[in-house]
Design a protein around this ligand. Structure first.
Ligand code: APR
Ligand code: PHB
Length: 389
């Protein structure tokens, strides 16, 4: 087989890149390790930057998002049982879209299937070869048979645990990481959201977040110690803890119900440099991870895909390779700013085990400054709605 770009990974990054390249007449083959059902079963965050909204519309996959998504002009922050609102729209002229990222993946798969895109599910042993030359190829095994795809470029969109990042030589690859000393216990419930916009709460017992998927499906999180096991948390224990950490008026309104999904996720900040090695380009979680506090995971992947799509399109359309040559530098510039924002939101809102009373006062002062400063709220808003590409 031969194609122009082999994309390893059928998550949001890989599928969006495939869809955008297709619309520019560039052939791709997506190799996905897991089954379609598994990929579509992953519970993912729900906040889309406005740049992501515009990219999905440009890719021709924004119709259901526009029908079913919720445009949010702001969010609530709370500390010491008191909440205030940060108005993104007033500060930046932009809102965000609340629309499950699992739905984005659904919509991307539907678009690729409708366009006759080639997505090979349950592709095992995917391995790129010849990345430092001008004729790379990728091998994989499907139903026990080994296959080879010759190509021009390989996009590593295979997430944090993928194979692509490891193809960059150890002497070239540099990794930067911070692992946070806590996790997020998340619950999905078929209940009406407690608030019309998200609530991010700092509390002495730990962080809490009230989010949603639609008017009948709510998503809540509480910070828990890393050693906690989800089995140890009953639904009632979760609801009681959430009530303790959010402002009293929200706690009084909270509608509880059985958890239809309950899980604990660790938090880390991670960046791999460079994001390109010869004919290999990393995009999305393959290159970076952010703590979910700033809702940047998918949105960062979309930013990478924007740079990579425009670079590859210029190569094939105009024979122009400046985009390819500067891909890693341009993508990393935005990645690091989003890493900083996600680290800042996480540091401001969570209880750290070794935290001193002085540290707690610093968090409270940071939040109090946000509450009273237009400049501080504008800085938060422009990062939350999405920095320019
Ligand atoms: N071969 C083929 N596919 C692989 C391999 C491999 N060796 N390793 C991983 N994959 C697949 C995974 O099964 C997964 O479907 O690559 C895909 C990677 O998808 P994600 O992990 O979702 O990463 P990405 O597409 O970069 O999405 C980034 O989306 O929803 C958000 O928070 C989420 O931060 C994440 C973001
Ligand atoms: C979610 O809805 O799952 C969500 C929203 C905002 C975040 C993280 C997760 O910052």
């Amino acid at each position: 087989m031969r194609t122009q770009v082999v994309i390893i990974g059928g998550g949001p990054a890989g599928l969006l890149l495939s869809q955008l390249l297709h619309r520019d007449g560039i052939e791709t083959i997506v190799l996905e390790r897991r089954s379609r059902d598994h990929v579509l079963s992953r519970i993912r965050a729900g906040v889309l930057e406005w740049g992501t909204v515009e990219m999905l519309r440009a890719a021709g996959v924004g119709a259901r998002m526009d029908r079913e998504g919720f445009v949010h002009d702001g969010t609530y922050l709370a500390a010491q049982n008191r909440g205030f609102r940060v108005d993104f729209k007033a500060a930046t002229g932009k809102p965000v879209m609340v629309y499950g990222q699992t739905e984005v993946t659904h919509d991307l798969y539907a678009a690729r299937d409708a366009a006759g895109g080639t997505i090979i599910d349950e592709a095992e042993g995917v391995m790129p070869h010849g990345l430092d030359g001008d004729a790379p190829h990728v091998t994989y095994v499907k139903d026990g048979t080994e296959h080879r795809i010759d190509c021009d470029f390989v996009a590593g969109c295979d997430g944090y645990h993928g194979v692509s990042r490891g193809c960059i030589p150890a002497g070239v690859l540099r990794a930067f990481e911070r692992v946070y000393p806590f996790g997020w216990l998340g619950v999905l419930s078929e209940t009406p959201p407690v608030s019309d916009e998200l609530i991010y709460a700092n509390h002495e017992r730990g962080f809490a977040l009230c989010s949603m998927r639609n008017a009948r499906l709510s998503r809540y999180y509480v910070q828990v110690p890393l050693e906690d096991r989800v089995e140890a948390w009953s639904d009632d224990a979760f609801w009681d803890e959430l009530r303790r950490r959010i402002p009293g008026d929200a706690a009084d309104r909270l509608v509880t119900g059985p958890a239809v999904e309950k899980s604990i996720a660790p938090l880390r900040s991670f960046v791999a440099e460079p994001m390109r090695w010869g004919r290999l380009f990393l995009a999305g979680d393959a290159a970076h991870i952010v703590p979910p506090t700033g809702a940047k995971g998918l949105n960062l992947a979309v930013g990478d895909v924007h740079y990579l799509h425009t670079a590859l399109a210029a190569h094939y359309r105009d024979g122009e390779d400046a985009g390819i040559e500067t891909y890693s530098e341009r993508a990393l510039s935005r990645v690091w700013k989003c890493e900083r924002f996600s680290w800042w939101m996480t540091t401001m809102l969570h209880r750290f085990p070794e935290q001193s009373t002085f540290d707690q006062r610093m968090q409270e002062a940071e939040i109090a400054y946000l509450e009273t400063s237009v400049a501080a709220q504008t800085a938060m808003a422009e990062n939350y709605v999405g920095l320019p590409y």
